[in-house]
Design a binder for this molecule. Structure first.
Ligand SMILES: Cc1cc2nc3c(=O)[nH]c(=O)nc-3n(C[C@H](O)[C@H](O)[C@H](O)COP(=O)(O)OP(=O)(O)OC[C@H]3O[C@@H](n4cnc5c(N)ncnc54)[C@H](O)[C@@H]3O)c2cc1C
Length: 432
């Protein structure tokens, strides 16, 4: 059951967002009263909003625990995406409106006014920030992104930090915010955001990894494509990791240390060890079985809100597709332990693809049942199959994890049997 404290904490981030947005609007009103034309007024508003939204964008991708913990990475990704488009839409108009507005005031041609600005290095920095932001959004368009390697897309995306620092230098030198309380406010926002990023993205993971001394203690082949990695360490209880959550791992071994990758905990964390179970699908995951024992591990997280505590009903249904079993395996274990009634529908193409089957069978009991579906034989999961297996489906909440197409189809089948989207929790194996 979600607690009152949880609901309160969940509303902190939106409250902060809207309260500060109101402050930003009040700044704009105070500036607007003094400017000579509407174009300058709107251009100023666009600049203020873009600067404000860009700081939130950093917080949203910064794995900041007080935001991540209460929204979950899936919702965060969607907010990040939506706010990204909004930010770029407003930033696009900021220089255009201001150049037009000030050139009307001065009687100068817009182009010569614009070129005149470029004699000041701060406007050159602003132009670089502007072009960087537009390029990042262009590259993030799905049609472009799907042709890029994840790592390349990621490093280009990281240029957002640079764009925001350049924009901040430009903003600090702006005509309206050089001195007074408003300047202090912006600086406070900027430095608080920076402090959050440095702490959550760099210091906390480093400190945590040193304190817990994570290292690989076992590499276990589950089948031809899937490997489990068991990571031992000290003080693991201090992580407060929950079943269903994921972490971002950097393995400090030759050929592995350059990349970080997210993986869900495939076992409810306990007894001084963490376990992840990985399917080989690309460069990194296909070589993971070669990871040497004793490899030190840097860990970010635990992250995500795909956790048993989300359940609001007396019983739950878990639906896993393929390697999507990993977070659900640990959630199933947690429910089975606490006596919460649960059914797990585990669908995979064929018998050999049911990884972790033995342990699921061992965990099951009359209150916690597992149903296996071989899609090569029975076809995909339909509303009829779901209803036949779980006649009281409408009384349950549903936890879902699997390949994107399977999740989309299952969500629409669940809606057909009357399950509200509000009671479907899902984890997508994709960041950003
Ligand atoms: C929250 C979450 C939990 C996950 N849990 C599991 C799990 O328990 N077991 C499992 O097998 N897989 C899991 N994944 C997927 C796993 O992270 C990717 O399969 C893996 O990173 C692919 O790397 P690759 O270089 O081998 O493959 P590639 O072919 O390079 O990438 C395949 C896809 O994986 C994603 N990806 C690649 N590199 C990264 C990266 N460094 N960081 C983030 N995403 C990346 C991209 O969407 C890419 O299109 C999870 C992903 C997320 C987001």
């Amino acid at each position: 059951m979600q607690s009152l404290k949880f609901s309160f904490l969940k509303s902190i981030a939106p409250l902060l967002f809207f309260a500060n947005l109101a402050v930003v609007f009040s700044f704009w009103l105070s500036v607007s009263l003094r400017v000579s034309n509407l174009l300058i007024s709107l251009g100023t508003l666009a600049g203020l909003l873009a600067a404000y939204f860009a700081l939130w964008q950093l917080l949203l991708i910064g794995r900041v625990a007080w935001i991540e913990r209460f929204w979950g990475h899936d919702k965060l990704s969607r907010i990040h995406h939506f706010l990204g488009i909004t930010t770029v839409s407003v930033i696009f108009f900021h220089p255009i409106l201001l150049v037009l507005g000030y050139s009307i005031d001065s009687g100068e041609a817009p182009l010569s006014h614009f070129l005149g600005l470029l004699s000041d290095y701060k406007y050159i920095l602003a132009l670089i920030a502007y072009l960087l932001l537009l390029s990042i959004v262009f590259i993030s368009l799905w049609i472009i992104r799907k042709h890029l390697k994840y790592e390349i897309w990621y490093f280009i995306h990281i240029a957002l930090y640079l764009a925001i620092i350049l924009a901040f230098i430009h903003q600090k030198s702006g005509r309206d915010f050089i001195t007074d309380l408003r300047a202090l406010y912006w600086q406070a926002l900027f430095y608080l955001t920076l402090a959050n990023i440095i702490y959550y993205r760099f210091l906390k993971p480093l400190w945590q990894s040193l304190n817990c001394a994570f290292q690989v203690v076992e590499v276990k082949k589950e089948n031809d494509d899937v490997v489990s990695i068991i990571i031992g360490g000290e003080n693991l209880e201090k992580l407060e990791a929950k079943a269903g959550q994921f972490m971002i791992f950097r393995f400090l071994a030759k050929n592995f240390w350059r990349e970080t990758h997210p993986f869900s905990l495939s076992e409810a964390p306990s007894g001084g060890r963490l376990r992840i179970t990985i399917k080989g699908i690309g460069d990194f995951t296909k070589k993971i079985s070669n990871l040497p024992l004793g490899t030190r591990v840097l860990v970010e997280g635990p992250l995500g809100l795909f956790i048993p505590e989300r359940s609001n009903k007396k019983s739950s249904l878990l639906i896993a597709g393929g390697i999507g079993i990993t977070p659900l395996r640990s959630i199933f274990e947690e429910f089975a332990k606490t006596g919460h009634a649960v059914d797990l529908i585990y669908s995979a193409r064929a018998e050999r693809d049911f990884v972790l089957k033995n342990e699921l069978n061992l965990l099951s009991n009359p209150n916690a049942k597992v149903h296996y579906i071989e899609t090569d034989k029975t076809g995909i999961l339909t509303s009829d199959i779901i209803k036949k297996m779980i006649p009281d489906i409408i009384e349950r909440d549903v936890f879902l994890c699997g390949p994107p197409l399977m999740m989309k189809s299952v969500i629409s089948e669940l809606k057909k049997v009357g399950v509200s989207k509000r009671f479907i929790y899902f984890e997508r194996f994709q960041l950003g």
